[in-house]
Design a binder for this molecule. Structure first.
Ligand code: HEM
Length: 196
């Protein structure tokens, strides 16, 4: 997890300055929590494939979790515990059928609302500063959730199959090469590639 976090931080350009920008703007951005949380769950409950992942009466509990998450981000509380928690969110999402496309779609939605609020409440240079800091942090979060989902899925598969990781990796590598040749052959012949 540490290496993945480091890759995401380096490539997005996230820095200590972003935490500071977020901390300084928190008195304003904290006030947007209710609006963002409401828009988040209104969107998910209005779309059948995402509405059906929720249990009866679960919404209030989910709203509290997302509110805490949002406040942690906008307060710039980016501790090692915060990053580890994001990694676990991917694992928590697996048994509930919450795919990464659902997660990425909603992260984009949160970022769009946040940008709109920044443009409403800050002058343009400040809006860019605050939004960019928020975008970098939430992009790193999305990367961790997605990779946490993927890696934990593989680990679960290894445990179920009882194979060593190196053996699974070699077997996967061979299969991936086979799939890649098939996809290339299909592309050259104009046939559609393997659908997910
Ligand atoms: C911006 C994207 C998302 C973020 C940042 C996020 C964040 C979180 C967090 C922090 C938790 C609590 C993990 C824990 O500490 O136990 C959680 C759990 C959960 N999330 Fe997400 N989530 C996202 C997207 C989604 C989407 C798109 C859905 C539904 C389609 C969803 C449904 C749930 C559910 C049902 C749980 C509870 C799982 C359980 O405890 O059984 N989340 N999420």
């Amino acid at each position: 997890m540490e290496q993945i976090l480091q890759d995401l931080i380096t490539l997005t350009g996230l820095s200590e300055q972003d935490s500071q920008i977020l901390r300084e703007s928190a008195p304003q951005t904290e006030k947007w929590a209710d609006e963002i949380v409401k828009a988040f769950y209104d969107t998910l409950f209005a779309y059948e494939p995402t509405a059906r992942v929720f249990k009866e009466g679960e919404r209030p509990e989910r709203e509290i979790t997302l509110r805490n998450w949002y406040l942690t981000v906008v307060r710039g509380d980016l501790s090692p515990e915060f990053w580890r928690w994001q990694w676990i969110v991917g694992l928590v999402h697996i048994p509930r059928g919450i795919s990464n496309p659902f997660m990425f779609g909603m992260m984009s939605r949160v970022q769009q609302i946040f940008l709109h609020k920044c443009l409403q409440e800050f002058d343009p240079p400040q809006a860019e500063k605050v939004y960019s800091a928020f975008k970098r942090v939430t992009d790193v979060v999305a990367g961790l959730i997605a990779e946490g989902y993927f890696q934990n899925y593989i680990i679960a598969m290894e445990r179920v199959a009882g194979f060593r990781k190196s053996l699974i990796e070699r077997m996967l590598d061979m299969e991936i090469h086979k799939m890649l040749s098939e996809a290339r052959a299909n592309r050259e012949s104009g046939r559609p590639t393997t659908a997910p």
